[in-house]
Design a protein. Sequence first.
Length: 316
Amino acid sequence: MGRPTEVRVRVPASSANLGPGFDSLGLALGLYDDVEVCATSAPGVHVEVEGEGAAQVPCDESHLVVRAMRTAWALFGDEPAGLRMRCRNAIPHSRGLGSSAAAAVAGAVAACVLSGRDPKLEQDSLLQVTAGMEGHADNAAASLLGGFVVAWEQVQVVPGGRRGAEPPDCGNTSARFHAVRLDVHAGIRPVALVAGVESSTTTTRGLLPELVPLPDAAFTGSRTALSVLAFTQRPELLMAATEDRLHQGYRRPAYPESADLVDALRAHGVPAAISGAGPTVLALTSGGTLPEELDTAGFTALPLPVDTLGAQVEIG
């Protein structure tokens, strides 16, 4: 394709982990951020933000979408002199619905298009950019590809490479992110219960132990494998497939109300898990509704379809 000067990108929210799949499973949800970017010949960056986070996010070079664009252009080249950008955000910030990953995907995809490249042909490069910014690929892959994703990171020893602190006696290392997209069973109707408070991924990760008991690791590994089957073919297995002993229990002090809501949903027969780093709760219903007797005070229930398309582009 040629080099357009204007592009609009729509990126879905995502829910990561889905119970046991810590940093490895993700689900794209039908709640979207829209980003319009115009390349200009005059230097400088102008950013407008509407909706979620409008009063909190920066409107300069430090905006996450702009940073993602700069990171992508370091790979793709053809960076314009200046930018005008408008963000219309619907994904809540710091709630566990992948807002930062969505921003990174929006920026990287926009930069790809403005460089004259086809995002569909550059999905691997886009995943490396966006997952690299996040540190893991579950949210980024879901927002980029749509559907249900299984993501992983492969670390290889390479001459001259470096990935943070090097393991003892392992030489230099380099990491690549990978993801496989799968279709979600039509009988799964997610409902996001969005908490009224925010949560920090850094804080919740800090609650995790460096070591977990072997039985808990084995239990969680089995449930992660079962999740792939449950989400794609056998939704009746979701209750077992969303059980976790790896991270949610350790993070409970960060969001006790959310953890209690997960317990209540499961007691009512609804498979549920903390969405990403929380505090949003993801309920995996069969009809898009919750038990009437369920107490959801402090949460906003959003029935959301599974997004099947991932990041979408319109060249203007």
